[in-house]
Write a protein that binds this ligand. Structure first.
Ligand code: FES
Ligand code: FE2
Length: 427
């Protein structure tokens, strides 16, 4: 459990809050590229960390992520005209550049230089493989954009979906760091190999280790003769990385599930996936079918996730369709912001506890003025092969640390070719 004070500390992310400042120290997903797909297309609203913003792509393709409300008298720039390299307010025609400069104030006298004294809220952006990331922190402390594997593969090797989760971000994030729910929440009553593995041992042993990027999470399940070892990762500040794809010895890529606060009672879940050596096939992104054009989910709390009680008896543990909705049901039904002083944690919550501790330590260190972990300032250390997430069958007498001895932060300095060779040899 957490004290009420620590729960508040971790769950409040508006401007000026400690956790809000911590998350603002990093680049975080702000919207999908497809939301502003072409120069001069309509702007979109972006709700992020309690801030009301709009995003637009100007005539030259540059991206603006700026305050929604016009600096003049507050009209929403969502209704604005995106034209000739700027976003123009519909009320009196003030026009904004992507960097927040006020380009024109046509209702003012022609010789007025009033606009030059103004600076509208505007945040830096970085676009990579379908996502526009934003940096909402102090400009002088802006880190490098991290070269995660999923941002570096060719665009057709990666996919991303986004949907609104109607609860605090931490509930979603903790779900990603909790391997034991796979034996229940996502169970299907089939003989598919993964399902049998999750069923064979419903109380996995957990190991966790703090790393340069966050926490590595290792869940170990016993089968008759082997260990089924599943590597996941919590990556600062709001990424849960999980194995995905084939049941065992999966080394061709993984999934990243991100929970970016929209405000304290809603967050954006981005599901990112990538393959290392081939294009993604459409049917691999099955959850697209679960999401409405406005990024809400078809199955949601108001329709009880369209739970089918007959299906629950015979087909799946929940009677609800798709992993995405299982997770949403489990985490949204805890309430908008769960009071963790009321919970009862067991041994199966070891990974959740480790992640909370990492976040609490980071936020408390930031309050003391110390820099948060995993801010990239050194171009040479800007690749993260050791985040790797996969599942593997190992003989019982072989410790995972011995077999996967390359899973250390030293990999950041290693030649990519030799690292890849070591990884393949262990698979
Ligand atoms: S409120 Fe936007 S120009 Fe007046
Ligand atoms: Fe899940």
């Amino acid at each position: 459990m957490l004290s009420i004070e620590d729960n508040e500390l971790l769950t409040r992310t508006h401007s000026g809050t400690p956790m809000g400042n911590l998350i603002r120290s990093y680049w975080v997903p702000a919207l999908l590229s497809e939301e502003i797909s072409a120069p001069d297309c309509p702007p979109v609203r972006v709700r992020l960390l309690g801030e009301e913003l709009v995003a637009f792509r100007d005539t030259q393709g540059r991206i603006g992520l700026i305050g929604e409300h016009c600096a003049h008298r507050g009209t929403s720039l969502f209704f604005g005209r995106n034209e000739e390299c700027g976003l123009r307010c519909v009320y009196h025609g003030w026009k904004y550049a992507v960097d927040g400069n006020v380009l024109e104030t046509p209702a003012e006298p022609a010789d007025s230089d009033f606009r030059k004294k103004l600076r509208h809220t505007a945040y830096p952006t970085h676009e990579a493989n379908g996502i526009i990331y934003g940096y909402l922190g102090t400009r002088e402390k802006m880190p490098l954009f991290p070269n995660y594997e999923w941002t570096q593969v060719p665009p057709e090797y990666a996919y991303v979906t986004k949907n609104l989760l109607e609860c605090n971000y931490l509930q979603g994030l903790e779900g990603e760091c909790d391997s034991s729910h796979l034996s229940f929440l996502h169970r299907a009553f089939t003989n598919e190999r993964n399902q049998l593995l999750y069923k064979s041992d419903t109380s996995p042993d957990y190991e966790t280790e703090d790393t340069d990027f966050g926490v590595r999470l290792i869940a170990i399940r016993d089968t008759d003769s082997q260990h089924y070892v599943r590597f996941s990762a919590f990556v600062m500040p709001v990424y849960g990385c999980v194995p995905a794809g084939r049941p065992t010895n999966e080394l061709e890529g993984y999934e990243i599930h991100t929970y970016v606060p929209a405000d304290d009672t809603h967050c954006w879940r981005y599901d990112i996936g990538f393959r290392r050596d081939r294009a993604v096939q459409d049917d691999e992104v099955h959850r697209r079918k679960q999401i409405n054009p406005d990024y809400t989910r078809i199955r949601n709390a108001r329709n009880n996730y369209l739970q089918d009680r007959q299906m629950q008896k015979t087909v799946t543990f929940t009677g609800i369709e798709d992993f995405l909705n299982h997770d949403a049901c489990a985490t949204e039904s805890m309430g908008s912001i769960f009071d963790r002083s009321k919970e009862h944690l067991g041994v199966s919550d070891k990974a959740v506890i480790a992640v909370r501790k990492f976040l609490l330590t980071s936020v408390k260190e930031l309050l003391k003025g110390n820099e948060p972990p995993h801010l990239v300032r050194d171009g040479e250390r800007n690749w993260f092969p050791h985040i790797d997430c996969f599942a593997h069958m190992l003989p019982r007498n072989v410790p995972w640390r011995q077999h996967f001895d390359y899973l250390t932060s030293a990999a950041q300095k290693e030649n990519p070719a030799s690292y890849t060779a070591r990884r393949k040899a262990a698979s």
